[in-house]
Design a protein around this ligand. Structure first.
Ligand code: C5P
Length: 220
């Protein structure tokens, strides 16, 4: 496509969302939080009492293709109701990881994701932005951080939003989700062969943003 896309992939809570927002803001680009799509699809399935099981792949894909979804600025509406907070729970995160392992569902969500690429540009964050969804993107960043740092960040994020959490449980959950995401057959989490790897364990958002903007400038 003609629309410039920057991909930011990496494991759970590596800081992809925050970095994507910061980079997009600097460049005046839009943002695609692809994880939110999987979260909404998982929530929609639960609401319809559709088991998140490969045996239901066809129905789940059908649901994912026709999600009654609406983006309203920062808010995400499902069936006309704001679900922005609800999709951030660990329960929905786990369900998202389950539904995302179903190839038919991934396929069904491709259009949603590719439609997000609009001028002047897009910063897309997820697990397979650089490997599957936007394979020709001129800049692909694979963002990592230690499991300890990621659990800490997720913990702070949850607590600041008034949720309860324990650090050790969060870390176990993150590691379980990463294992599932990296070992699944359909679009497993991995760095694209042409990705820039950025470990931001000891880096703040500003430093990471500057690094991504330098890589972007090199490509102009
Ligand atoms: O990034 P986030 O934690 O919101 O993603 C929730 C889950 O959705 C991930 O654990 C992953 O299983 C799945 N996902 C995916 N591909 C993406 C984005 C998210 O499989 N591009």
């Amino acid at each position: 496509g003609r629309v410039p896309v920057i991909c930011i992939d990496g494991p759970s809570a590596s800081g992809k969302g925050t970095l994507a927002q910061a980079v997009a803001q600097q460049l005046g680009y839009g943002v695609l939080d692809s994880g939110a799509l999987y979260r909404v699809a998982a929530l929609a399935a639960r609401r319809r009492q559709l088991d998140i099981d490969p045996a239901n792949a066809r129905q789940l894909a059908e649901l994912a293709r026709n999600l009654p979804l609406c983006f309203d600025g920062e808010r995400i509406l499902l069936d006309g109701r704001d679900v922005s907070a609800e999709i951030r729970t660990e329960q929905v995160g786990r369900d998202a990881s389950l539904i995302s392992a179903i190839g038919e569902v991934r396929e069904a969500l491709l259009d949603w994701q590719r439609q997000a690429a609009r001028l002047p540009g897009l910063v897309a964050d997820g697990r397979d932005m650089g490997t599957v969804v936007f394979p020709h993107a001129p800049l692909k960043v694979f963002l990592t951080a230690s499991a300890e740092k990621r659990a800490e960040r997720r913990y702070k994020q949850l607590i600041s939003k008034g949720n309860s959490a324990t650090l050790s449980t969060l870390r176990e959950e993150l590691e379980a989700r990463d294992l599932r995401d990296t070992t699944r057959a359909a679009a497993p989490l991995k760095a694209a062969h042409d990705a820039e790897v950025l470990d931001n364990s000891e880096m703040d958002v500003q430093a990471a943003t500057e690094q991504v903007l330098r890589w972007w400038a090199e490509r102009q």
